[in-house]
Write a protein that binds this ligand. Structure first.
Ligand code: KG4
Ligand code: ZN
Length: 365
């Protein structure tokens, strides 16, 4: 049997420095040989958010070592690799340049194939790395920088069905956590606080609920939490837990309502779908209340919910290596990959209307 095709992936678009080796066997099976991720959370914690300049410098310092670790974990050398895929956008420009230039240098020095990858395409194709999921399927991407529903029709064929009109969901979690005095990063801290809270104590809005277009909005919800908190200040531990739980429930409800719309629309557009699948990705996919709400929504709509393991939901380089491999296998490579520059903004669906709010400004927007 011919040997597997091996790709090295590099991801530096935000605050994770990551490298991975992924293999595609001759019979079409994917295998993650290594998946090294170095989070910069500690370096940004004091500032309450990602600082682009600090992120870029940290990538410069860490990337060589992370690539070496990924190769060593996979038991491979650069000579064994068939191609190098690196995130070229969207994201923070400094970090993107560090990753892309490194990939270019490796490809130029070794003569291997270079594939600049769209970070969102990495998320979109990541479920196919762990399961035999056929096109088309529906993807809900919920992270600190992105909140989108995308119909994944094929490699390189993505249709954005919905997006946030202002804050990303993770951003709404982070900002709400901050106003409740919870530590950074806010999302996981808010989920923990919510465990001891009463999710029915505060009547919070479900933005966009019932609207025909499946887009998202979270800033009104965040403001409602602020008003409720101001009205009862100073907050006790229990108040904080109740506000966190009420926010989390409202956010999960609002997302589930938007997703339900998209499921209906997807089925109307793909009447032949035998096993319709909804995939979730992005850091907020870790949230158990959200997962439970989506589980119920998917079941009601006749969809199977696929939640990749967390290490593949959050930012990682295995998904970038895999997107490179999918493009390589499909013969969808750019004519001159060395001429492609890093792009801070790079919509997955170039035909879609431009986003007028794309989450956190700069970072991954
Ligand atoms: O995908 P990710 O690691 O990086 C970005 O692309 O942004 O997502 C990070 C986001 C942050 O906003 C973080 O607060 C949120 O995901 N997050 C959570 C949870 N874990 C991470 N939000 C709610 N509940 C969680 N358990
Ligand atoms: Zn991401």
């Amino acid at each position: 049997m011919p040997a597997a095709t091996l790709f090295l992936g590099i991801e530096t678009s935000c605050d994770e420095t990551a490298a991975a080796v992924v293999a595609l066997s001759a019979d079409g099976r994917a295998e993650i040989r290594s998946n090294a991720v170095l989070s910069q959370i500690e370096e940004h914690a004091a500032f309450g958010g990602v600082v682009p300049e600090i992120a870029a410098r940290a990538h410069v310092e860490a990337l060589d070592g992370i690539i070496r670790a990924a190769l060593a974990d996979a038991g491979a050398t650069l000579a064994d690799i068939d191609g190098v895929a690196a995130t070229a956008g969207p994201g923070l420009i400094g970090g993107l340049i560090v990753g892309l230039v490194t990939a270019r240098a490796i490809a130029a020095a070794t003569g291997k194939t270079l594939v600049p990858v769209n970070h969102l395409e990495g998320h979109a194709l990541s479920p196919r790395l762990i399961a035999a999921i056929d096109f088309p399927y529906l993807l809900l991407l919920v992270s600190g920088g992105h909140t989108q529903i995308v119909a994944v029709e094929g490699v390189g064929r993505y249709r954005r069905m919905a997006s946030t009109i202002e804050d990303a969901l993770g951003e709404a979690f982070d900002k709400t956590a901050k106003l409740l005095g919870l530590p950074y990063p806010g999302g996981p801290a808010l989920e923990i606080a919510a465990q001891t809270g009463d999710s029915d104590r505060f009547a919070l809005p479900r933005p966009m609920k019932g609207e025909a277009r499946p887009d998202f909005s979270f800033s009104g919800l965040k403001t409602a939490v602020r008003q409720a908190a101001t009205a009862i200040a100073p907050l006790t531990e229990q108040d904080i837990a109740d506000l966190a739980a009420s926010f989390q429930k409202a956010a999960a409800d609002a997302v589930a309502d938007r997703v339900a719309r998209a499921l209906d629309r997807f089925l109307a557009e793909h009447p032949g779908s035998k096993r319709p699948t909804l995939v979730i990705a992005g850091g907020v996919a870790a949230n158990k209340a959200l997962r439970a709400a989506l589980e119920e929504t998917a079941a009601k709509g006749g969809f199977t919910l696929v939640a990749p393991p967390l290490a593949l939901c959050t930012d990682n380089a295995a998904m970038i290596a895999w997107a490179g491999l999918e493009r390589f296998r499909a013969g969808l490579l750019p004519a001159n990959p060395f001429a492609l520059e890093a792009r801070p903004r790079w919509p997955l669906d170039e035909a879609a209307a431009p986003l007028y709010g794309a989450g956190r400004k700069g970072a991954k927007a």
